[in-house]
Design a protein around this ligand. Structure first.
Ligand code: FAD
Length: 455
C-alpha cells in the first residue's frame, strides 16, 4: 500500500487551516498534514488581528479549531520556518510544502519623521491589544498614559478598529478577551482626540459601512467631520453610482456632518483630502504636516501645495499590511507576495514541484476571512492533481516521525498543548466573568501548554 502524502502547511491562520481541512476532507488521496506555526497558538490574525470587541467574527476560531481534531492533521506550534526548520529541512520531511504564513508587516508611509518615538505601526498596536507575544506587554504604556491627541493615517477597517479600541468606554470592552494589562492601560488612557486622516475623499475610503457606522454609536465619543468630506466630484459620483458600499459610506458621513455636537468625553475627527508630508518633533512626535489634495477623474489624489499642521502626541500608521520573503522561495517585491499560478509557486515561469501557497501571502492582504477558504481550496485542488504524478512522493522520504526527532530540542506545542492554553485562558477569563482572557507572554503560553497554571 502506498503511504499517505505528507504535507507541511506553514502558518495556522485561516488559509492554513482551511487548506488542512480541504486536504483532510477528501478521500481520493491519503494525506497526513502537519500545520506548523511560529506561535504557540493557532489561528493567525483571527486571534492577533480581528478586533477583540468583534466577538462574533472572532468566534470563527471555534470552526477553525475543529480542524485540529481531525485524525490526519497535527499542529506543530512554536516552530518557526527560517529559524527552527529551513526549506531544505522541510523538503526532506514532506512531499509538499504549502506556504500560508500571511502578510503581517506594516507598509511604510515614506515620509520624514516616520521613525520618531510616538510614530507607531498599527500592526504593533494591534499586536499589543490582542496580546501577540512578539509585542512586549508594556510597549504602549507611555503612549497611553501621556498622549491626548493621536493621528491615525489611513481610512480602512484597521484604522477604524484601532480608533474604536482607543476611544471606547471601559464598559464597552470589559467583556472582550484582551489581556488584563491591556484593559488596565486602556482604562487609564489619557487619549481624548483621535484624528483619522485620509488622502482622498469619503468615496475612496476602504472601510466597510458596518464598521464605519460603529464609530457613530459609541458611548463616550462623538464624530466630528473636519475637512473636505465633499463627494460631488466626478470620480466620487461615479464610485457611488457603481458601488453600494461607497454610497452607503458617503451617506453615513453626510449624516454625521449634520449631527449637533454632543460634548462627549472623546472625539473622533475625520480629515479627508489630506496627505501626510512630515512627522516632526524634538524628542518624539509633536506634530504632523498635512498637504491638501485634489482628486482627479480617476480618483487619484494630487497635492495642492497647501500645507497645514496638526499638533499630535502620537501617529499611528495604518496604510496596509505586506508580506515578506522566506529563504529559498521566489518573491515578488512589487506586490509583496509569492509569485504563483493559482497556488502553484512559480520560479522563472515554471512551477516549483511540491511547493504551494495560499492566503494573504498568495494574493496580498485583501478580502475577508472567508475569502481564504476559496483561495485555499483552489491551491489544494492543484496539489491533489499534482499528487497523481508518480514522482510526487519523494523517494528519499524518511519516516513520518523524523520531523519530530529533528525538532527534539524545540519546545513544540501540539494539539493537547494548545488545548491546555485554551483551558488556561478560559479559566483566567472566568475569574472576571469573561469567556476568555488572552495570555500575552510567550513564556506564559508555553507554561500553560505544559500544564503550569498561569498566575
Ligand atoms: C487588524 C486586522 C483585522 C482584521 N479584521 C477582520 C475582520 O474583522 N473580518 C474579516 O473577515 N477579516 C479580518 N481581517 C483579515 C483576516 O484576518 C485575514 O484575511 C486572514 O487572517 C488571512 O489569513 P492567512 O492565513 O493568509 O494569514 P494569517 O492569519 O496572518 O496567518 C499566518 C500565520 O502564519 C504564521 N507564520 C508567519 N511566519 C511564519 C514562519 N516563518 N513559520 C511558521 N509560521 C509562520 C503566523 O504566526 C500566523 O499564525 C483582519 C486583518 C487584520 C490585519
Amino acid at each position: 500500500m502506498t503511504r499517505p502524502i505528507r504535507v507541511a502547511i506553514i502558518g495556522s491562520g485561516p488559509s492554513g487551516i482551511y487548506a488542512a481541512d480541504a486536504l483532510a476532507a477528501q478521500e481520493d488521496v491519503a494525506v497526513s498534514v502537519d500545520i506548523i506555526d511560529r506561535l504557540p497558538s493557532p489561528f493567525g490574525l483571527v486571534r492577533y488581528g480581528v478586533a477583540p470587541d468583534h466577538l462574533s467574527i472572532r468566534s470563527v476560531r471555534d470552526t477553525l479549531d475543529k480542524v485540529l481534531d481531525l485524525a490526519n492533521v497535527r499542529f506543530i506550534g512554536n516552530v518557526e520556518v527560517g529559524r527552527d526548520l529551513s526549506l531544505p529541512d522541510l523538503r526532506r520531511f514532506y512531499d509538499a510544502i504549502l506556504l500560508t504564513y500571511g502578510a503581517s508587516r506594516d507598509r511604510s508611509l515614506g515620509i520624514p519623521g516616520e521613525d520618531l518615538t510616538g510614530s507607531i505601526a498599527a500592526t504593533d498596536f494591534v499586536n499589543w491589544y490582542t496580546g501577540h507575544p512578539d509585542t512586549p506587554p508594556d510597549a504602549f504604556a507611555e503612549f497611553l498614559s501621556t498622549a491626548t491627541q493621536v493621528a491615525i493615517i489611513g481610512v480602512g477597517n484597521v484604522a477604524v478598529d484601532v480608533t474604536r479600541i482607543l476611544v471606547k468606554a471601559p464598559g464597552e470592552i470589559e467583556h472582550t478577551d484582551m489581556p488584563q494589562h491591556v484593559f488596565d492601560a486602556l482604562r487609564a488612557s489619557t487619549v481624548t482626540d483621535v484624528h483619522i486622516i485620509g488622502r482622498r475623499g469619503p468615496a475612496q475610503a476602504t472601510w466597510t459601512t458596518k464598521e464605519l457606522r460603529e464609530l457613530g454609536e459609541l458611548e463616550e465619543a462623538e464624530v466630528i467631520i473636519e475637512s473636505d468630506a465633499d463627494a460631488s466630484d466626478a470620480a466620487s459620483q461615479s464610485a457611488m453610482a457603481t458601488g453600494k458600499v461607497v454610497a452607503r459610506n458617503v451617506a453615513v458621513i453626510e449624516e454625521w456632518s449634520q449631527r449637533p455636537p454632543r460634548d462627549a468625553r472623546r472625539r473622533i475627527h475625520l480629515h479627508f483630502r489630506r496627505r501626510p508630508r512630515e512627522i516632526s518633533g524634538d524628542v518624539g512626535v509633536e506634530q504632523i504636516t498635512l498637504e491638501r489634495t485634489q482628486i482627479d477623474e480617476d480618483g487619484r489624489a494630487h497635492g495642492t501645495g497647501d500645507l497645514s499642521t496638526l499638533a499630535v502626541d502620537a501617529v499611528i500608521r495604518s496604510v496596509g499590511y505586506r508580506g515578506t520573503p522566506v529563504d529559498g522561495i521566489p518573491f515578488d517585491d512589487t506586490r509583496n507576495v509569492i509569485p504563483n499560478a493559482e497556488g502553484r509557486v512559480i520560479d522563472g515561469g515554471s512551477p516549483i514541484p511540491g511547493v504551494y501557497v495560499a492566503g494573504w501571502i498568495k494574493r496580498g492582504p485583501t478580502g475577508i476571512i472567508g475569502t481564504n477558504k476559496k483561495d485555499a481550496v483552489q491551491t489544494v485542488g492543484h496539489l491533489l492533481t499534482d499528487a497523481a504524478d508518480a514522482n510526487f512522493r519523494t523517494a528519499a522520504q524518511p519516516e513520518e516521525s523524523a520531523v519530530d526527532a529533528f525538532l527534539a530540542s524545540v519546545t513544540v506545542v501540539d494539539v493537547p498543548g494548545w488545548r491546555r492554553i485554551d483551558s488556561a485562558e478560559r479559566a483566567l477569563g472566568a475569574t472576571r466573568g469573561r469567556d476568555r482572557t488572552t495570555l500575552h507572554d510567550r513564556a506564559q503560553l508555553l507554561d500553560a501548554a505544559s500544564g503550569v497554571t498561569p498566575d
